[in-house]
Design a binder for this molecule. Structure first.
Ligand SMILES: C[S@@+](CC[C@H](N)C(=O)[O-])C[C@H]1O[C@@H](n2cnc3c(N)ncnc32)[C@H](O)[C@@H]1O
Length: 286
């Protein structure tokens, strides 16, 4: 296991666990089969690198998202799909699967985007939760488009705000971006919408030539992304999200929720639960 994460990892996994508990309980007596997809599944366990108030490092071991989902017990998921690109982690997921013979687990050693974009299922019969927990900018917009269209999978997604911020040129000239990173951002945002971060300076009349100014700040990157999600999911996007920060309080990821179903009742219930969990995490009690 590689040490990774910290308090923010604990926060996201606590929110996920509570949501999965609430979700399966809420749908317990409905006619749907329940599906959990972990598209960046990891190995099932984590070694977290934490930092104490005196700045000393210590390590904490805990269950990863795949194990958390397998252990939902009140109403277990009827099927759990773990997608993971790393072969070694898939082997560890296989051992975990072996230790839970009463769970219906499918392990896919492949690319998450390719897998999700080709996902076929009778969505009249299935409802579920999709967890998108990449290290960086791996989640493609086309994947979200495909999932939004299924109208069956609630999504918790980690938007890598700090990675995206580091890709953008600090100059005022968007074209100075490394072309490889421009391609990556186009895949994440679906098009060149991220360039909206650069706007003409309100003071441009003071200059002979118009100036483009970067509206610096991770918040703007997140807002542009959430605006686009709103276009895709409409009222199914929960406007509130959680900012996950490192030990120096710098934002790393934005934890965002979208509802799968487009029924008003399902949207209301799912958003209410997700909002409650985000509020709890903000109070530090999650
Ligand atoms: C942040 S970790 C996931 C941690 C996991 N959710 C947990 O709680 O244990 C991201 C994982 O995504 C995997 N990964 C990276 N790119 C991928 C891709 N394109 N498709 C599938 N898995 C990928 C990495 O190997 C890594 O295990």
């Amino acid at each position: 296991m590689d040490p990774f994460g910290g308090t923010w990892t604990k926060i996201k996994l606590d929110i996920l666990k509570r949501y999965l508990d609430a979700y399966t309980t809420a749908l317990k007596n409905q006619h749907f089969d329940l599906l959990y997809i972990d598209a960046f599944a990891g190995s099932g366990s984590l070694e977290l690198k934490m930092q104490g108030s005196d700045r000393t490092d210590w390590h904490s071991f805990r269950d990863g998202s795949a194990k958390i989902a397998m252990d939902i017990a009140d109403k277990p998921f009827d099927e759990l799909i773990f997608v993971e690109q790393d072969k070694g982690k898939c082997d560890r997921l296989q051992s975990l699967k072996g230790s839970r013979p009463n769970r219906n687990v499918i392990i896919e050693n492949t690319d998450a985007n390719a897998y999700l974009q080709n996902l076929q299922r009778n969505w009249q019969k299935w409802r579920g939760v999709l967890f998108l927990d990449p290290f960086g900018t791996q989640v493609e917009w086309d994947t979200l488009k495909k999932i939004a269209g299924c109208k069956a999978l609630d999504i918790w997604i980690l938007f890598p705000s700090s990675t995206v911020a580091r890709m953008l040129p600090t100059s005022n000239i968007p074209d100075e971006i490394n072309p490889k990173w421009a391609d990556t951002l186009n895949r994440v945002y679906g098009d060149e919408g991220w360039r909206d971060l650069y706007q003409e300076s309100p003071q441009c009349e003071l200059f002979d030539e118009p100036r483009t100014v970067r509206q610096i700040g991770v918040g703007n990157l997140i807002n542009i992304y959430k605006d686009r999600l709103q276009g895709l999911f409409k009222s199914r996007l929960l406007e509130q999200s959680a900012t996950l920060r490192n030990s120096r309080r710098s934002p790393l990821y934005e934890f965002i929720f979208c509802v799968g179903s487009d029924s008003d009742r399902a949207i209301g219930t799912a958003k209410r639960i997700a909002k409650h969990l985000l509020n709890l995490s903000r109070m530090g009690t999650s």
